[in-house]
Design a protein around this ligand. Structure first.
Ligand SMILES: NC(=[NH2+])NCCC[C@H](N)C(=O)O
Ligand SMILES: [Mn+2]
Ligand SMILES: [Mn+2]
Length: 300
């Protein structure tokens, strides 16, 4: 993997309804993210946290069904710019969320540098909703659809181009809560999904092997998006939309280690850590441990 890592914190919780996930970047820094990666020999460039406009700057009762649309767009435009520069410099962008809507900006900043960017979406959810199919109006349920070019024009046009990724370059791992419109989209686009059924049935090692052999020949870079609710809430309680029956701590570390061995991951984000809902920073600490494995930490 690249030897320079650019860390960008996005303290934003406006893509969903439960406050607190804006404190995710602090919690992951407090859990020692920077030191952990430095100890592995990487050079860290901490860009700090981008500044987020609170909703009250705009009129309340926005004329959009999408919650806090304007603020989410603003934050993602800024994030995309910073990431664009980090990739330009040859650094590995590592984003600390924030709710999952920030993947829109991550992918917008990254994808222009690749012809065939792959995406691994490690999540209980598909985040493939659009304004029409969303049950909640929460933009954190939409970033993957937006990156495919589907959804509100203000979101799909972030960084001035669309789409960011192709449906055949996406692999979702850990899904166990998909809305009807998301299922329809997965079928229609033939998106590769390893649900919890496959994780249980095949085991994580085979799931990751299949994800790797699927993506390797068709992509020239892979963005890893880790939503901490992909893990089981018993191990990662500090998330806003927990879903029972998730991936374990051990499966998740194995996944990160296997991805590290391939060297194919070119950017990553860790999102949805909500310190208010967490227990003694357990979820942020878990996220930082996963980062360690992703960047090559080994026991022997
Ligand atoms: N990034 C997440 N945690 N997404 C949860 C999305 C939940 C639900 N599918 C929705 O669209 O509202
Ligand atoms: Mn999720
Ligand atoms: Mn998500």
């Amino acid at each position: 993997m690249k030897s320079n890592i650019s860390i960008i914190g996005v303290p934003m919780d406006l893509g969903q309804s439960r406050r607190g996930v804006d404190m995710g970047p602090s919690a992951m820094r407090y859990a020692g993210a920077v030191e952990r990666l430095e100890a592995l020999g990487y050079k860290l460039h901490d860009h700090g946290d981008i500044s987020i406009t609170r909703p009250d700057k705009y009129e309340t009762g926005q004329a959009y069904k999408l919650k806090n649309l304007l603020q989410v767009v603003e934050a993602n435009e800024i994030l995309a710019m910073i990431i664009d520069q980090a990739v330009e410099k040859g650094n590995f962008p590592l984003v600390f969320g924030g709710d999952h809507s920030i993947a829109i900006g991550s992918l917008a900043g990254i994808a222009k540098h690749y012809d065939q960017l792959g995406v691994i979406w490690y999540d209980a959810h598909g985040d493939l909703n659009t304004e029409e199919t969303s049950p909640s109006g929460n933009i954190h349920g939409m970033p993957l659809a937006v990156s495919l070019g589907l959804g509100h024009e203000k979101l799909t046009s972030i960084a001035g181009y669309t789409p960011k990724v192709k449906s055949e370059n996406i692999v979702i791992i850990g899904a166990r809560s998909l809305d009807p419109g998301e299922k329809e989209l997965i079928r229609r686009k033939g998106i590769q999904v390893f649900t919890m059924h496959e994780v249980d049935r095949l085991g994580m090692a085979i799931v990751i092997e299949r994800a790797i052999s699927y993506l390797k020949p068709r992509t020239d870079g892979v963005h890893l998006s880790v939503d901490l609710d992909g893990l089981d809430p018993s191990e990662a309680p500090g998330v806003g939309t927990p879903v029972i029956g998730g991936m374990t701590y051990r499966e998740s570390h194995l996944a990160m280690e296997m991805l590290a061995e391939t060297g194919m991951i070119t950017s990553a984000e860790f999102v949805e850590v909500n310190p208010i809902l967490d227990e003694k920073n357990k979820t942020a600490t878990l996220a930082v441990g996963l980062m360690g494995s992703l960047f090559g930490e080994k026991l022997k």
